[in-house]
Design a protein around this ligand. Structure first.
Ligand code: CU
Length: 121
């Protein structure tokens, strides 16, 4: 009997722990979805894998404006993209806004979408 009670307590504890973890996940929707840096750029090239730039991962070459907190200069450079899905509907010459995430193996593009070309108002 005592053993049964203890087991039930453990199950309840585990259940409440899961609920707590889920609530936290909902509040901050994943470390993968929030960019560490954001910027604007013109797409120079889109390279789904395999390409000369990377054998297995998608690469986007951007001519980017200064990236606050990361790069003070505008420049052209390649970035690994999280997925080729990010390339959909985009082509070289397009003005884009992008989000970067610091991951252990790459400064990863996790967001890439069209932006209006810069203009004075
Ligand atoms: Cu750069």
């Amino acid at each position: 009997m005592a053993v049964l009670v203890t087991r039930r307590r453990i199950v309840l504890l585990a259940a409440s722990l899961l609920i707590a973890l889920s609530a936290e996940a909902l509040q901050s929707p994943g470390s993968t979805s929030k960019p560490d840096y954001q910027g604007t750029a013109v797409i120079v090239g889109l390279h789904p894998p395999p390409s000369a730039l990377h054998p297995t991962r998608p690469v986007v070459v951007l001519h980017h404006e200064p990236i606050v907190g990361l790069m003070d200069e505008k420049m052209e450079m390649p970035f690994i993209a999280a997925s080729t899905e990010l390339f959909k509907g985009l082509k070289p010459g397009d003005h884009v806004e992008f989000g970067l995430k610091n991951t252990p193996d790459a400064l990863l593009v996790i967001d890439l979408h069209p932006a209006p070309p810069p203009r004075r108002r």
